[in-house]
Design a protein around this ligand. Structure first.
Ligand code: TRP
Length: 449
């Protein structure tokens, strides 16, 4: 049987970008930038993206395309020695996929719920108390928040059963262009708010006093999360790439487009934060309590708000497809399950694991580990430990073990692309800079030395 894969160049780009662009841009990026000092955080994030994120993304894509297999098999098949050790990358990746999805589907559920709420009721208000109350009542009601999470799992599971080309590629090809269109419309509205300038100043003027080792780890963790790297998502997607795809160019495009979406989301949210007196440090609720204010004073505001939450739901859905594909591809190929069975099994795991994240805002509120509830714990372990450790191993494997010659032949598509200079630059950064940076930031950030 022939292996499924992405069929067109645009499809490859849409699917990969669909994985990168998600709640990381629209939800995490703005609130983390807000909590950690604005522009100085942004600067560290940018450096991590260029020096750590892009090299690892290129590596994952090319390793996956070469092995043409799921994440675990790829890191078992490609090494000549120590196969069991390197395949830990894939095993950790499958575990990370479940952990991330456990809290990601919860937030995606809030987004879906806001689409529904915007259609059925008027929840627009410029009063921070009002909008916080609306959000609070959603997350504090156990069955309601679980219901939305299950709906999300159902939608994503359904698309995944259709496969890489008919499910993932077809869906993201439609959603990605719409997402950009809606986002631009919304930014224009936000920039015409009275205090737009304060918002922009906050986002773009650095406060270096906020930077410390923990903040650097958070920024790097966000870069990993944003680019969907360090756990085999990009490896799995790479395995669906065509042999003539230009991987360094595709990765660079995806990185830049992803960055633009994050910045645009910041431009959409911060002007409103300052105009209506919200706290830029509001944390994970920031998106849900500010957006209803941005559109409240605007004629036709509800339509705009609907566009916004639709956009966020498209972004979240594209990203979740890529997360779920990691275990599903593994179960199908290595455990010989049918796609439907593999999806059902993954969804069943997520219903259970996801509930612990969702209920951590109500019934499980007081269950804490290291002072974190389940939701925050899953987020912390995945972004700040599993992804960087996975990324470090991927960089070490690609840069030091797999070998220079393999890298140059596969990334130039057997010398059919004229990109030797770019590959040389990538190879140098991957081999000498990326692993050292990740290693130091991890140890310092986790206070291990
Ligand atoms: N990048 C996505 C976002 O920003 C989330 C995501 C998808 C992800 N696949 C991933 C994060 C793999 C880490 C690893 O929302």
């Amino acid at each position: 049987m022939q292996r499924d894969g992405f069929k067109t160049r645009f499809g490859i780009l849409a699917a990969t970008l669909g994985s990168a662009v998600g709640l990381g841009n629209i939800w995490k990026f703005p609130y983390m930038t807000g909590e950690n000092g604005g522009a100085s955080f942004l600067l560290v994030y940018l450096l991590s993206t260029f020096l750590v994120g892009l090299p690892i993304m290129i590596s994952e894509l090319v390793l996956g395309r070469t092995a043409k297999a799921n994440a675990i098999t790829t890191y078992y098949q490609l090494p000549k020695k120590n196969k069991n050790f390197w395949s830990l990358i894939g095993i950790g990746g499958v575990a990370a996929a479940f952990l991330i999805l456990a809290f990601y589907t919860d937030v995606a559920g809030w987004v879906y719920a806001y689409v529904y709420k915007t259609i059925t009721a008027n929840i627009l208000s410029t009063n921070p108390e009002e909008t916080s109350k609306t959000f609070g009542s959603l997350i504090s009601t156990p069955l309601t928040s679980l219901f939305w999470q299950w709906l999300v799992l159902g939608v994503v599971g359904l698309i995944i059963t259709m496969g890489a080309s008919k499910g993932i590629e077809r869906t993201t090809k439609k959603l990605m262009p719409l997402l950009f269109l809606f986002l631009v419309i919304i930014v224009v509205r936000s920039l015409t708010l009275p205090k737009a300038k304060e918002g922009l100043l906050f986002l773009f003027s650095p406060d270096f006093s906020k930077i410390n080792a923990q903040v650097v780890l958070l920024a790097m963790g966000l870069a990993f999360f944003k680019l969907s790297i360090g756990m085999g998502t990009m490896t799995t997607y790479g395995s669906y790439f065509r042999d003539d795809a230009n991987i360094p160019a595709t990765a660079t495009k995806v990185m830049l487009a992803d960055l633009s979406v994050s910045l645009l989301a910041g431009l959409a949210i911060f002007p409103a934060v300052f105009t209506y007196g919200y706290e830029p440090q509001a944390g994970p609720s920031l998106l849900f309590i500010t957006i209803p204010a941005i559109f409240a004073s605007l004629p036709g505001g509800r339509i705009f708000m609907l566009l916004f939450f639709l956009l966020a739901s498209f972004a979240a859905t594209g990203a979740m497809l890529s997360l779920l594909e990691v275990p599903v591809a593994y179960f199908c190929e290595s455990k010989k399950m049918s796609r439907t069975k593999a999806t059902l099994l993954s969804i069943a795991i997520l219903v259970a694991l996801g509930a612990t994240a969702t209920l951590s805002f109500n019934v499980l509120k007081d269950v804490k580990f290291f002072n974190l509830n389940f939701f925050d714990l899953y987020d912390f372990i995945s972004s700040n430990i599993l992804l960087p450790v996975g990324g470090l191993l991927i960089a070490l494997f690609a840069g030091w073990t797999w070998g220079k010659e393999k890298i140059f032949t596969t990334l130039s598509n057997y010398n059919t692309l004229n990109n030797q200079k770019i590959i040389s630059l990538y190879y140098f950064v991957l081999k000498y800079i990326t692993p050292i940076l990740v290693f130091i930031i991890l140890l310092k950030g986790l206070k291990l030395f």
